[in-house]
Design a protein around this ligand. Structure first.
Ligand SMILES: [Zn+2]
Length: 340
């Protein structure tokens, strides 16, 4: 005879820690008819009434179901694409609700669809919308060309829309307005791009873009912060394939030069260019004024001129002893610097 097991049943050994798989509940939701409880359940979705009904007894288990079936018939083999009703998300930068239909250009080869598409497009196009779409396309393309982020291109588009809506710049070419908008967007988002870089994107003369920019700036009253040399430094340095520690020293030099007013009155671009010239030579990775000029878009003379000031003040600007402890600073010497 077996001894009676005392209740509650206990395990003689202390309970082992349960593995996570043991305690995980079954999360699958099964819907059963509470009346017939047949397994597997035989439940029918009645889309006409929006009810969920038991197929055996007719008990209504739920109302308000969503019809997820498509409401068009698809002849995918005949037409190619699934004629899906949903298009891209509405673009807040365009007027109108953009829910209009577009007639496909493709058909069996009769050419009728192409004509229909053209006529339909002409009949429905919102005036001015097409220009706006075209301008947005150009802004996107230009921003892509100089590797600007979507944030900048969207800002530029918003600026452009404001210019168009409020008719801020009458009689200016849209190319010049676009360039000015991108330039202001860069400034607003603190992305260092020089005026010359923006100008190189279009065939519009620099003067014209400058005029648009000035007019826009006063009319929009945007607070376009002044471009600073530190922002430009990182891009110029990476374009010249200079290592990060050179860049850092360059930024320090720019800051110090600003504090001391060594290069007061010089443009941020020439300040950055001159500092790169000095720092690259200091680290024995000299970059020629020609190389720097190409990257920065300033003349070689400008770099040499600014460099002269830096060279004369080098001992107050750069604390070599403090830099010796840092990486790759073993052969730092003012002797590396070319005389101006
Ligand atoms: Zn039932």
């Amino acid at each position: 005879m077996t001894a009676a097991i005392p209740f509650p049943l206990r395990d003689p050994q202390p309970a082992k820690e349960q593995t996570p798989t043991q305690i995980q509940p079954n999360l699958n939701v099964k819907l059963l008819c509470p009346d017939c409880k047949t397994q597997p359940p035989h439940i029918i979705e009645e889309f006409a009434s929006g009810d969920l009904v038991c197929g055996d007894c007719g008990l209504v288990l739920g109302d308000r179901i969503i019809d997820t079936r498509s409401e068009w018939r698809t002849f995918a083999n005949d037409e190619g694409d699934d004629p899906s009703r949903v298009g891209a998300a509405a673009n807040p930068l365009l007027d109108g609700n953009q829910l209009d239909t577009v007639i496909s250009r493709r058909d069996g080869g009769s050419g009728a669809a192409k004509d229909l598409n053209k006529v339909h497009g002409r009949a429905t196009a919102v005036k001015g919308e097409r220009n706006l779409v075209q301008a947005y396309k150009e802004i996107s393309a230009m921003c892509d060309a100089i590797h600007l982020s979507k944030l900048v291109s969207d800002t530029a588009k918003q600026l452009y829309k404001r210019v168009e809506d409020e008719k801020l710049l009458r009689g200016k070419s849209s190319d010049a307005i676009i360039a000015a908008c991108i330039f202001i967007a860069c400034r607003q988002e603190k992305v260092g791009r020089t005026f010359r870089e923006i100008c190189a994107l279009t065939r519009v003369p620099k003067k014209e873009i400058g005029r648009c920019y000035k007019a826009l700036q006063s009319k929009l009253q945007t607070n376009t912060s002044v471009m600073n040399s530190e922002d430009l430094m990182s891009r110029f340095c990476s374009n010249l394939s200079l290592p990060i520690y050179v860049q850092k020293t360059g930024v320090d030099l720019v800051k110090r030069a600003k504090e001391l007013g060594t290069l007061a009155g010089k443009s941020p671009i020439s300040v950055a260019a001159a500092c790169i010239y000095l720092v690259s030579a200091l680290y024995r990775m000299p970059k020629s004024t020609k190389d720097i000029a190409t990257v920065a878009g300033v003349s070689e003379v400008t770099i040499k001129n600014a460099y002269k000031y830096l060279y004369n003040e080098k001992k107050t600007l750069i604390d070599l002893e403090a830099m010796k402890g840092k990486t790759n600073a073993s052969d730092l010497s003012f002797d590396n610097l070319p005389s101006p």
